[in-house]
Design a protein around this ligand. Structure first.
Ligand SMILES: *Cc1c(COP(=O)(O)O)cnc(C)c1O
Length: 217
């Protein structure tokens, strides 16, 4: 799909859900994509991108940021504590805050660096063993803990289990966010972003629909 086609599907989904036009941010997930493809999307004027590895992002984004003003870079993959500083230097938002140790390390570095990316807490809505994220039953307490450290938590993020109806997970995430007074909802990917918008997504993370299939490493 072209960016324009995705934007028009987003607009339709916003209208159908009775939401304001432009209320959903499209994060173009550029992980593993060759630089020419990423540059083509930048040339079209898009500025919001997502990467899932700090190291990979550090290899390409500093240069793109010099070439293109206004890049807004989101970390959507797991963050190891020893890469927290690098992540906070490079990213404008981190969607994968998922444990107290990481929250503490972000809080300490935010003090030292004088700035902090916008933060989303990742919730393991499917309670999958292999998946990162706070369990739904533990999320309220973790949000409170992050807020007590003055962290700028603006929303929640989830990656639904592959073989389940994503709408159930989107609805659960929206419910947890609402009862905690959080507005941000990072949910929805190439195959289900319209359903996510219907259920309140503020940020959708779309990779293959924009860039084509990722070439396996
Ligand atoms: C890769 C990735 C996406 C994008 O997936 P597509 O199916 O290619 O749209 C979204 N979110 C996360 C966390 C990802 O790692």
């Amino acid at each position: 799909m072209t960016l324009r086609e995705i934007s028009s599907l987003m607009a339709q989904a916003e209208t159908a859900a009775g939401r304001a036009a432009g209320s959903v941010t499209l994060i173009a997930v550029s992980k593993v994509q060759p630089n020419e493809r990423v540059k083509a999307v930048l040339d079209e004027g898009h500025r919001t991108f997502g990467e899932n590895k700090v190291q990979e992002a550090a290899g390409k984004w500093p240069e793109f940021k010099q070439q293109f003003a206004g890049v807004d870079l989101h970390l959507i993959g797991p963050l190891q504590s020893n890469k927290t500083r690098a992540a906070m230097e490079l990213f404008d938002a981190i969607h994968t805050v998922d444990r107290p140790k990481l929250a503490k390390s972000i809080a300490r570095l935010a003090q030292e660096m004088g700035h902090c990316p916008e933060l989303f807490i990742q919730v393991n809505t499917g309670e999958e063993e292999q998946k990162a994220g706070v369990l739904p039953a533990e999320t309220d307490a973790f949000i409170t803990e992050c807020q007590s450290m003055d962290l700028p938590v603006t929303g929640l993020m989830c990656i639904p289990p592959v073989n389940e109806e994503p709408a159930l997970h989107f609805a659960l995430l929206a419910k947890i966010a609402a009862r905690n007074g959080l507005r941000g909802l990072s949910m929805g990917m190439s195959s289900d972003f319209e359903r996510a918008i219907a259920l309140g997504a503020t940020h959708i993370r779309v990779g293959s629909a924009i860039f084509g299939q990722r070439v396996p490493a």
